[in-house]
Design a protein around this ligand. Structure first.
Ligand code: SAM
Ligand code: SF4
Length: 320
């Protein structure tokens, strides 16, 4: 699976994601173009990568997003999905579906408008709700990503789980990861971590025992452990990256919006593809292929056995 960040910009400022000291965004000429993105994705597809995820920053702030999706769809992936904060989905959901997106995950960490605004640095929950409605309508279903943080939103876990009881949606609870210099990734970041086991207990205390589901029942569920409530319509996903790292089964590579191929969300090592792409216009495509093959092989070899406790790069620049 290749996760492709198409921008480091965002229309929100979630405290666990954006760097604390303000952000210096990449300039437009440092960004991969739709053609670059198609070249790298097409090469990855030839190497056997079949699942592609579009992410950011916030992918919908890129004006040429529909063209990017069309170009990647044309490569023939078996699964093309996107993660978004949803605010632009009333305008874009239909066009993205038509361009070839199979599934959308929306991120939301509170169902209470005041708290949603505080967590996202000013976001409007009513706009999120409209985006959610538009996404569910265009795609038939939706996945929700919820980062659970102690003392911030852990009292809403069972409310979120209730959405997966009443609707055919997947609600995925993500363990908080201390990455980069985000506001919450300070020296005491560990205090925010609510483990997947704690999340399971909170849900079971309100909704009753959860039962495991075959991951194949839910395409693109990724590294999440999947559960369901007896009699519920949807599914609960648990992403236990901190309490039980799943590095030995991780097959992900990540591409940043400036063309850096990363072996791991944490600090596994990375290879810059931009010099290869820029040199390619002078060289033959064969020479470019050889350089890309070498870059993908080096990056894959750098995947760590187990990730570190902290990561150096902010999530907003890697894309989750
Ligand atoms: N802007 C889009 C969104 O919010 O869905 C896509 C990019 S965002 C970086 C991808 C996912 O990473 C989101 O679900 C977000 O909640 C999650 N995320 C960001 N920072 C995180 C952190 N420190 N720990 C765990 N998850 C994080
Ligand atoms: Fe933006 Fe997504 Fe990061 Fe929030 S989590 S600041 S919406 S990129």
């Amino acid at each position: 699976m290749l996760r492709i960040s198409v921008t480091d910009r965002c229309n929100l400022r979630c405290g666990y994601c954006m760097p604390a000291g303000g952000v210096t965004f990449q300039s437009k000429d440092e960004l991969l173009t739709p053609k670059d993105l198609a070249r790298i994705s097409g090469f990855a597809h030839r190497l056997g990568v079949r699942h592609f995820k579009i992410t950011g920053g916030e992918p919908t702030v890129r004006g040429d997003l529909v063209e990017i999706i069309q170009r990647i769809r044309a490569i023939g992936p078996s699964d093309l999905s996107m993660t978004s904060n949803g605010l632009q989905m009333p305008r874009l959901a239909g066009a993205l579906k038509e361009a070839g997106i199979d599934r959308v995950t929306l991120s939301v960490d509170s169902l209470r408008p005041d708290r949603y605004r505080d967590i996202t640095g000013g976001g409007r929950f009513d706009l999120f709700e409209r985006g959610l409605e538009a996404t569910a309508e265009a795609f038939g279903t939706v996945k929700l990503n919820v980062v659970v943080m102690r003392g911030v939103n852990d009292d809403e876990v069972s409310d979120f789980a209730g959405l997966a009881r009443d609707r055919d949606w997947t609600v995925r609870f993500i363990e908080f990861m201390p990455l980069g210099s985000s506001v919450l990734a300070d020296g005491e970041a560990d205090r925010y971590l609510v483990t997947a086991d704690e999340v399971t207990s909170s849900i079971e205390a309100v909704h009753g025992p959860l039962e495991p589901v075959e991951a194949s029942a839910d395409p693109g569920v990724g590294p999440a452990r999947l559960l369901e409530m007896p009699g519920g319509r949807g599914r609960i996903g648990l992403i236990h990256a901190m309490s039980r790292p799943f590095c030995e089964t991780c097959n992900r590579l990540r591409l940043t919006s400036s063309g850096v191929l990363r072996s791991c969300l944490f600090d596994g090592g990375e290879v810059d593809l931009m010099p290869i792409l820029r040199k390619e216009s002078a060289d033959s495509e064969d020479a470019g292929d050889r350089s890309l093959l070498d870059a993908f092989a080096r990056c894959t070899a750098m995947k760590p056995e187990v990730h570190a406790a902290r990561g150096g790069r902010a999530m907003s620049s890697i894309g989750g």
